[in-house]
Design a binder for this molecule. Sequence first.
Ligand code: AMP
Ligand code: ZN
Length: 116
Amino acid sequence: MDCIFCNVAAKSLPATIVYEDGEILAFNDIHAKAPVHILVIPKEHIRSIAHLEADHAGEIARIIYAAKRIAAARGLAGYKLIFNVGRDSGQMVDHLHLHLLGGWAKPEDREKTFSI
Ligand code: AMP
Ligand code: ZN
């Protein structure tokens, strides 16, 4: 198996796993680009959003819903959800993954920033 994220899903490559169910895995990005940077993947190998078939719709919905629950559990005040699709976008790992980026501000900081 030469896919990095298939190996993470199979537990043959170590990762800091933050969420797992039968179909989905979420783990810390090894080169975090935000205070919280988590990747949410389907355990099934799907190359990218560009390779989705109609029967993948449920998996995509569950990936986004997992990201929402992880963000809520972390108390993130706001966050970005990003799918890179293809090399031109910067996709380097050919196993579909959702980037969850956040943690720049805590909810209490946000209150401070916006109250005048
Ligand atoms: P992308 O550029 O959208 O393909 O994003 C791939 C992401 O995977 C990058 O942010 C990498 O830092 C991350 N990454 C690559 N290898 C690993 C790994 N073994 N464990 C965790 N994250 C990884
Ligand atoms: Zn894979």
